[in-house]
Unconditional design. Structure first.
Length: 163
């Protein structure tokens, strides 16, 4: 049962990465403007980071979703997502502490980065890392895990904006 929960959480986090990556590609100028507004990176890195972010989000999310839904795939394929969420957590901690009120850039939202967005990234990192060491989901559990993953993704997406 714990394996199903961890795999659902990793899948939910993967769905968030896929949505974010597609949004960052579709609204590249908005994402670039957000990076500029955050003023954490040197100006010369804004364009490369605006391109590299979705270029890492999409494959990491796809690898995790595939690994959860296709149990024969090796579990270490979850590690890129865990690493990416760890990096996002660190970036968001610095952003919240040094530039309060600055847009997060998550899903191209103009809403500010908050401790809730930090917590979302940290929980996604921890859940994905833990799922790496959990057994794959047994066949009969795949559909419930998929449903739970979608529900967790939607909840995690909306939770930071609730007040």
């Amino acid at each position: 049962m714990l394996s199903a929960v961890l795999n659902a959480a990793a899948l939910g986090a993967a769905l968030l990465l896929l949505v974010a990556g597609l949004g960052h590609l579709r609204e590249r100028r908005l994402f670039l403007a957000t990076l500029r507004a955050q003023r954490l990176l040197p100006a010369r890195l804004h364009v490369p980071v605006s391109l590299l972010t979705p270029a890492t989000e999409l494959p990491a999310g796809a690898l995790t979703a595939s690994t959860v839904l296709l149990p024969a795939l090796p579990r270490p394929l979850l590690l890129p997502q865990a690493t990416l969420y760890l990096a996002f957590t660190g970036y968001l901690v610095i952003l919240v502490r040094t530039r309060p009120g600055t847009p997060c850039g998550c899903f191209n939202a103009r809403s500010p980065a908050t401790w809730a967005t930090v917590l979302r990234a940290a929980l996604a990192a921890v859940a994905t890392l833990a799922a790496t060491f959990a057994p794959p989901v047994p066949g009969p559990w795949l559909l419930p895990v998929l449903a739970a993953g979608v529900l967790l993704a939607l909840t995690a997406w909306l939770a930071p904006s609730l007040r």
